[in-house]
Design a protein around this ligand. Structure first.
Ligand SMILES: NC(=O)c1ccc[n+]([C@@H]2O[C@H](COP(=O)([O-])OP(=O)(O)OC[C@H]3O[C@@H](n4cnc5c(N)ncnc54)[C@H](OP(=O)(O)O)[C@@H]3O)[C@@H](O)[C@H]2O)c1
Length: 349
């Protein structure tokens, strides 16, 4: 049977890389769904839909009979953990209800989660976090989304999987959570101002253990779990497979940008980068960069959050390996490769 993927949240840092991988595989038809839409090609069609609008979902998704797999990676940002729940649950419910009603060959729904399931965003949590660990006090939208799928799947022929990456690294623009862009733009501005590269996070975050998930590796794992019967109705931590400390990697990042490393100096990136738009425009002109807006390149609150983790931050990735997913990525090489990509795309000098 022809496989047709509905990739929800198509412009996101996670979903855009997933689409790229599905195109590479060649045996998928792909429908990318988000509000902004995108440029169609032979195997990829975009739908511009606001998932918060249940009526729009019903009327615009009614033709999607051919969908066999839903890959859900949409995200609505909100200022508090509690406020994240209603819109993020509603978007998943709206798309699943609309598509399930028409897609007669629906086989799988893949849900993109994260370590919020383990309370990693709240403070020190049990590491390595395992898929089988007990939950934490709600509200937490990842949990509500998973419970919705678990309940909805009862008595159905389709299955679900939940994918739990650490901090995701990939090139995409206009995303509230994009650590690679945070570092690349912060370093480029430091260089322009003739400054050394201070680690801008909490001093206690500099020597803690953490891990990343490369968006390309995540795409492979997501498709693997969605198409492998052994993975049905389960969750998987997906990570690069190595751990690092900023105090080891930060000087290497500084060297990449031809900067001296300086000791940690905690900043609110959200505050200090707020007035750097004119400077960024000058940098763009001076180096002939692509004309992306400063806002598209800014995930400063996310940077503040990640650099503020003065506790270990990692999960146990052995469950996916036990079931057959053996890919890994060297995190240091990943950072350098992604900075190279940003340069080649003329996003940074
Ligand atoms: N980024 C990370 O480091 C990271 C790490 C761990 C887990 N996660 C989780 O992975 C999931 C996806 O994260 P992400 O960083 O890839 O998100 P993202 O880059 O912000 O992408 C979200 C996508 O959702 C679409 N979207 C938002 N509101 C919509 C609406 N009302 N209707 C239709 N589409 C809508 C956006 O496109 P339009 O603007 O075109 O609508 C965008 O393409 C989230 O649950 C997040 O918590 C992310």
């Amino acid at each position: 049977m022809q496989k047709t993927a509905l990739v929800v949240g198509a412009n996101g840092v996670i979903a855009s890389n997933l689409i790229h991988y599905l195109l590479e595989l060649g045996d998928w038809n792909i429908i990318g769904l988000s509000r902004r839409g995108g440029t169609d090609s032979e195997k990829l069609k975009y739908l511009a839909i606001d998932l918060l609008d249940a009526e729009q979902c019903k009327s615009k998704l009614i033709g999607l009979k051919v969908v066999t797999h839903i890959f859900y990676a949409a995200f609505q940002d909100r200022p508090t953990w509690a406020e994240l729940v209603p819109p993020n649950l509603a978007m998943l419910v709206n798309v699943v209800e609309a598509v399930e009603a028409v897609a007669i060959n629906l086989q799988h729904i893949s849900l993109m989660q994260g370590y919020k399931v383990y309370g990693a965003h709240l403070g020190p949590f049990k590491t390595p976090a395992k898929e089988s660990d007990g939950g934490h006090m709600p509200p937490e939208f990842n949990i509500d989304q998973q419970q919705f799928l678990e309940n909805r799947q009862q008595g159905k022929s389709w299955t679900w999987s939940a994918i739990r990456p650490s901090v995701v690294a990939g090139t995409a623009l206009g995303n509230p959570m994009n650590l690679v862009l945070v570092i690349a733009v912060y370093a480029s501005i430091s260089r322009e101002l003739g400054l050394p590269l201070h680690f801008p996070g909490k001093p206690g975050a500099y020597d803690k253990l953490l891990e990343m998930t490369d968006a390309g590796l995540l795409a492979k794992a997501t498709v693997w779990a969605a198409t492998n019967d052994q993975c049905a109705n389960q969750a998987f931590n997906i990570t690069n497979g190595d751990l690092f400390r900023w105090n080891d990697i930060w000087p290497k990042i500084a060297r990449y940008f031809n900067l001296e490393t300086a000791p940690p100096l905690q900043l609110s990136l959200q505050t200090v980068m707020a007035d750097k738009e004119p400077l960024w425009k000058q940098i763009q002109e001076k180096h002939g960069l692509a004309q992306h807006t400063y806002q598209e390149l800014s995930s400063w609150p996310f940077g503040d959050a990640v650099f503020g983790w003065d506790y270990d931050f990692f999960g146990d990735g052995t469950k996916a390996r036990r079931l057959g997913f053996h890919e890994f990525v060297d995190t240091e090489n990943m950072f350098i490769g992604l900075f190279d990509e940003l340069k080649a795309m003329k996003i940074i000098p």
